[in-house]
Design a protein around this ligand. Structure first.
Ligand code: MG
Length: 276
C-alpha cells in the first residue's frame, strides 16, 4: 500500500501521547482488579469510565459512531467489540477488555484478557489461561521486535512464528492493529502474521497499536445480532491483548503500560526508554 500522509509524529507529539496512554493503562488495571464471578460487564465499564475521567481524560470508544461505552467486553467465544451489559461473568469465563482514552486530542488504546478463577475446573482454566498467555507473549514479542525491525511488517512474522510454536492456535486476519495518534485508528495497518509487503519504515515518530487476536481453533469470524460483537464461527475461545507503542530517537516506549513495558520486555532483552 502507498501511504500518502505522514504517519510519523514529532517528538512533541509523542510526548502528548504519554498521558492518554497512562489513562488507558489505569482503566485496564482498575477493571482487572474488579473482575470476578458475579460482576456484570456493565459494572466493569463504569469502573473504566470513572478511572479515565478521574485522570482528566475521556473515553474515546464513545467517539465511534453508535458506540456508547468506555470499553469492549468480549467473553469466551466473543473475540472483540463485545458490548458491556447485563451479562454476569461466571467462573472459568475468559474475558477480553479493550479500553481507550483521549486527552488533549491524543489517544491511547490497549486490551487485556483475564480468566475468571474456577477451582472446580482446573484444566479448563489452565487451557484458557494458556490461550491468554500465548496471545500476551506474542504481543510482547511483536513489541520487542519493533525495537530492531527496519520495517513494520517484520513484527507480524515474529508474532506468527511464536504463536505457531506454542500449539494449535488461530491468528485472526479479519482484524488487525493500527497506527494511533490524533485518531484512535490511523494508518498503517499492523499485521499479527506474516505478509509479503514490508510495510513502512520503523523510525522515530511511528506509533502503533499492536493487538493480536488469537483463538483456540479457527480464524473465521461473524458479527452477532447486536452488530458489534465479533465471535468465532467454530465456537472456540478467543483472547486479545493490545498495547500502543511509540518509536522515538532513543528507543521504544509502551505508552499503555505503567512501566513503559519494562516487565513484559525484560525476558526479551529489550529495555524501554522513556520519551524525552
Ligand atoms: Mg486497537
Amino acid at each position: 500500500m502507498s501511504l500518502r500522509k505522514n504517519i510519523y509524529k514529532t517528538p512533541a507529539e509523542l510526548r502528548l501521547m504519554v498521558s492518554p496512554g497512562r489513562a488507558t493503562a489505569a482503566s485496564l488495571a482498575a477493571v482487572k482488579s474488579a473482575i470476578r464471578a458475579g460482576v456484570t460487564t456493565l459494572e466493569l465499564d463504569a469502573i473504566a469510565e470513572a478511572t479515565i475521567r478521574a485522570l482528566g481524560a475521556a473515553p474515546n470508544f464513545m467517539k465511534e459512531p453508535g458506540y456508547r461505552h468506555t470499553i469492549c467486553t468480549s467473553v469466551n467465544d466473543d473475540i472483540v467489540h463485545g458490548i458491556p451489559g447485563a451479562r454476569v461473568l461466571e467462573p472459568g469465563d475468559i474475558v477480553s477488555i479493550d479500553s481507550g482514552a483521549e486527552l488533549a486530542g491524543w489517544n491511547g488504546d490497549a486490551a487485556i484478557t483475564v480468566v475468571v478463577p474456577d477451582p472446580s475446573r482446573p484444566s479448563l482454566v489452565a487451557e484458557r489461561q494458556k490461550l491468554s498467555d500465548v496471545t500476551e507473549q506474542s504481543l510482547w514479542r511483536g513489541i520487542a521486535s519493533l525495537a530492531s525491525a527496519t520495517h513494520l511488517n517484520h513484527i507480524g512474522g515474529e508474532m506468527e512464528d511464536y504463536i505457531d510454536s506454542q500449539g494449535s492456535y488461530g491468528i485472526l486476519e479479519d482484524y488487525v492493529g493500527h497506527g494511533i495518534g490524533r485518531s484512535m485508528h490511523e494508518d498503517p495497518p499492523v499485521f499479527n502474521y506474516r505478509v509479503r509487503d514490508r510495510g513502512p519504515r520503523v523510525k522515530p515518530g511511528l506509533v502503533v497499536a499492536i493487538e493480536p487476536m488469537v483463538t483456540a481453533g479457527g480464524i473465521d469470524t461473524f458479527t452477532r445480532e447486536d452488530e458489534w460483537t465479533v465471535a468465532t464461527v467454530d465456537g472456540t475461545m478467543a483472547a486479545h491483548w493490545e498495547h500502543s507503542v511509540a518509536v522515538h530517537a532513543g528507543g521504544i516506549w509502551v505508552l499503555t503500560a505503567e512501566d513503559g513495558g519494562a516487565a513484559g520486555l525484560a525476558a526479551l532483552g529489550v529495555v524501554p526508554v522513556p520519551i524525552p
